[in-house]
Design a protein around this ligand. Structure first.
Ligand code: AMP
Ligand code: GLY
Length: 427
């Protein structure tokens, strides 16, 4: 089949890597792609915010399957536009992608489905006093989230009531995140280890992929502001089949049933972001796509054909359970100076070839890079996802950091504690 991958980050590079290895795929395109993806697929410079444009390009090109990586085109209706032209597409239609497009709607769906989640209330511009009043009812850890999309950065988690009130003020005024913040959700803070569970679903049948853990904060020991994700690992030793089973029966399946009732059946990969609290797993959020960087550690562990799974999902016939390699996988995100506030771009990146030369167990996924002549330079906040597999998490982690140490650019940032607690090497 001919496949088109939509997106330009490390997640899409991992998708392209898996599709390139599939015996079913004999033509691979990416829009817009990136310099790493360009080694695997033909990159096409399409404006992916224009659903009709992408869908008509796919039709003219004879694409059999469009795989949508990021949330924005899903929320904008790219899958609907492809399906309207008879092109199969992997990902939810806009009606179901709203799960990520509006956190307030997601919380309503969770409540309606009876899924365990943090207590919350939603507010919009003009409701400032009511929002402050709700903050006063919370026990001491405050969470303020933009209703709309904010690239993983619209969440403040704080023990300071003053900081929470400041966030409410700056969100509702539009100053912090524009339109995305003029509606917001306030939640009680939960605590416990976090878990990302990606679930393939055709709307009826749902099959979990291997669990992963993500590191959201910029700094070691979870210091500093939230980011899109600074690293990940899979498997997660503290998460057995019992927890996965509980998440499927108490959260994912009731959610899918509720979405069907709401006439918004969900097809694609559903990302359940969970906190394993003392009272059991609770849903922090759903995303409507593969996690980034979770995909970069889950996809390399897959022994079965990802393209075949995606095609089954997109055609509404999910049948084949995924098969797994026994290896563990760790990815370390290398980010540019200033990320997540104001990433600097244009710094020359050295050492990627040396890192790749370590062996086939090392994969360097490009996230924010650009070619300038024969040089590779930084072009975004998250720049590279340095990924390694190994016979154990400790081996994968050691190998990933060995590869990280080959790479450099001025001002680069990365966490040194990815998978450290899971391997007992770091607190
Ligand atoms: P979200 O985009 O909703 O996943 O939030 C981003 C991150 O903020 C999560 O991965 C958590 O680390 C944190 N977070 C979100 N909601 C809560 C909550 N109710 N309690 C504690 N931390 C939270
Ligand atoms: N890693 C978090 C996300 O993909 O949203």
């Amino acid at each position: 089949m001919k496949a088109l991958i939509v997106g330009s980050g490390g997640r899409e590079h991992a998708l392209a890597w898996a599709f390139r290895r599939s015996s079913m795929v004999d033509g691979l395109w990416a829009a817009p792609g990136n310099p790493g993806i360009a080694d695997l697929a033909e990159c096409v410079d399409l404006d992916t915010t224009q659903s009709d444009l992408v869908a008509s390009w796919a039709t003219e090109q004879g694409i059999d399957l469009v795989v949508v990586g990021p949330e924005a085109p899903l929320v904008a209706g790219l899958v609907d536009a492809c399906e309207a032209r008879g092109v199969a597409a992997f990902g939810p239609r806009a009606a179901a992608a709203r799960l990520e497009g509006s956190k307030a709607w997601m919380k309503e769906v969770l409540d309606r489905a009876g899924v365990p989640t943090a207590r919350y209330a939603a507010f919009s511009t003009g409701d400032e006093e009511a929002a402050f009043g709700f903050l006063d009812t919370l026990p001491g850890l405050y969470v303020v989230k933009t209703d709309g999309l904010a690239a993983g950065k619209g969440v403040v988690v704080t023990e300071s009531l003053a900081e929470a009130r400041d966030a409410v003020r700056s969100y509702l005024s539009g100053e912090a995140f524009g339109e995305a913040g003029t509606s917001l959700v306030i939640e009680e803070g939960l605590s416990g280890p976090e878990l990302s569970l990606l679930v393939l679903t055709d709307g009826e049948r749902a099959i979990p992929l291997a669990p992963a853990q993500d590191f959201k904060r910029i700094g070691d020991g979870d210091a500093g502001p939230n980011t899109g994700g600074m690293g990940a690992y899979s498997p997660v030793p503290i998460v057995g089949d019992d927890i996965v089973g509980e998440v499927m029966t108490r959260a994912v399946e009731p959610t899918l049933a509720t979405l069907r009732d709401l006439d918004a059946p969900y097809r694609g990969v559903l990302y359940a972001g969970l906190m394993l609290t003392a009272e059991g797993p609770k849903i922090l959020e759903y995303n409507v796509r593969f996690g980034d960087p979770e995909a970069q550690v889950v996809i390399p562990r897959l022994a079965s054909d990802l393209a075949a799974h995606c095609l089954e999902v997109a055609s509404g016939r999910l049948e084949t359970p995924p098969a797994w390699r026994p290896e563990a996988c760790v990815t370390v995100v290398m980010a540019s100076e200033g990320y997540p506030v104001q990433p600097r771009t244009g710094d020359p990146i050295e050492g990627v070839d040396d890192a790749r030369a370590l062996g086939d167990d090392v994969l360097i996924f490009h996230a924010g890079t650009q070619r300038e002549g024969d040089k590779l330079v930084t072009a975004g906040g998250r720049v590279l996802n340095v990924t390694a597999t190994g016979g154990s998490l400790a081996a994968a982690r050691a190998r990933a950091y060995e590869a990280v140490n080959c790479i450099s650019w001025p001002g680069m940032q990365f966490r040194t504690d990815i998978a450290g607690a899971a391997t007992g090497e770091r607190a």
